[in-house]
Design a protein around this ligand. Structure first.
Ligand code: TRP
Length: 336
């Protein structure tokens, strides 16, 4: 088993939406098919322990997110697709790395700083109120996810860039203190992949509640698209595609020539009702088959489980011997 060329973690909470699809899922699905690359995708369910304390919800979310990725075309035979909690080497490496990581590095994490700042604004003056050690050391678990497979490239959203810098710091520290075992991973922030606008025109995001779920019913999909905010220009008036949410969503899916053709129709004037109906039909056509497959998959959780278990076996072909090497390097005896 080769180390990872690409590796990324998928948070197992919430419902995947159109914005997640064009920003993260679609590019990952493309990479997963590449025969020249060893790409690793995993469900970060240990990370979910920090926020969610409901065992059934945790299991269910992981299955649904896995079903979504499979339904959208992830080539799970070609890539390595697994659940983080099926790889016991990861928490072991987490402890090894925790013992090397300076507390000061974690103090500087944006997510932690934002929470302590919020607490300091309150009367009770306990900056750490409600903050668990899990949240505080989240970046170390993430470093272990990446370093366990000596990943070269890690595609993430902008909010995760600092975590990658920390991973590099931690890897460099290990290499310096013990022996050079770790590759310093590179962050890949894909600025070319589309950022989708949501129902209200702001960036489509869970936190704004303006998203279009990928696997709602056809009826709900239509209803949401009909709700997208437009301006009050009349049906025959020329319209500006560049400031139009409907157009930006269409563009994220359409080919260059289709986009060009629509631009021409905007210039001439297109009624909002027509545009909404066409956008609905266009998106529905893309989601129709994945939606069916998704529904089948979630009905058969044992099939998803089998796929993930197979992925874990592949992943452990790398992590088991690599952890052995790490143990030997730091002077912990072999378990075998
Ligand atoms: N923290 C990432 C997020 O919120 C998810 C994640 C966990 C991850 N472990 C990772 C991403 C390792 C890349 C590599 O999106």
């Amino acid at each position: 088993m080769k180390n990872a060329d690409y590796l990324t973690g998928i948070t197992t909470s919430g419902t995947p939406h159109l914005g997640n699809y064009v920003g993260a899922i679609r590019p990952a699905v493309e990479t997963s098919k590449n025969k020249e690359l060893e790409s690793y995708y995993f469900l970060a369910d240990y990370h979910s322990l920090i926020k969610n304390h409901d065992p059934n919800l945790r299991k269910q979310s992981a299955l649904e997110i896995a079903a979504a990725w499979i339904a959208l075309g992830l080539d799970y035979e070609n890539c390595v697709f697994y659940r983080q909690s099926d790889i016991p080497e990861i928490p072991e490496l987490t402890w090894i790395l925790t013992s090397l990581t300076s507390k000061g590095l974690m103090n500087r994490a944006h997510a932690y700083k934002a929470l302590t700042a919020e607490n300091e604004g309150q009367e009770y003056k306990d900056p750490d109120k409600g903050i668990t050690m899990g949240l505080f050391s989240y970046p170390i678990l993430m470093a272990a996810d990446i370093l366990m497979f000596n990943a070269r490239k890690v595609p993430v959203g902008k909010d995760q860039v600092q975590h990658l810098e920390m991973t590099r710091d931690i890897a460099a520290k290990f290499n310096h203190v013990y022996k050079k075992l770790f590759i310093l991973p590179e962050v890949v922030v894909d600025d070319t992949s589309a950022v989708l606008s949501g129902l209200d025109g702001r960036k489509m995001s869970k936190s704004y509640h303006n998203f279009i779920p990928l696997f709602d019913t056809q009826k709900r999909l239509r209803k949401l698209i009909m709700k997208i905010k437009t301006n009050s220009l009349g049906p025959d008036e020329p319209k500006d595609p560049d400031t139009c949410t409907l157009f930006s969503i269409y563009k994220a899916f359409a080919s260059k020539s289709e986009t060009f053709a629509l631009t021409e129709r905007y210039k001439k004037g297109i009624a909002w009702g027509t545009m909404k109906q066409e956008l609905f039909e266009y998106i529905d056509e893309i989601l129709k088959n994945p939606r069916k497959e998704y529904e089948e998959l979630v009905k058969n959780p044992s099939d998803i489980d089998a796929i993930l278990k197979k992925g874990a076996i592949k992943a452990r072909e790398f992590s088991v011997p690599f952890l052995e090497k790490i143990r030997e390097t730091i002077g912990i005896q072999s378990i075998a």
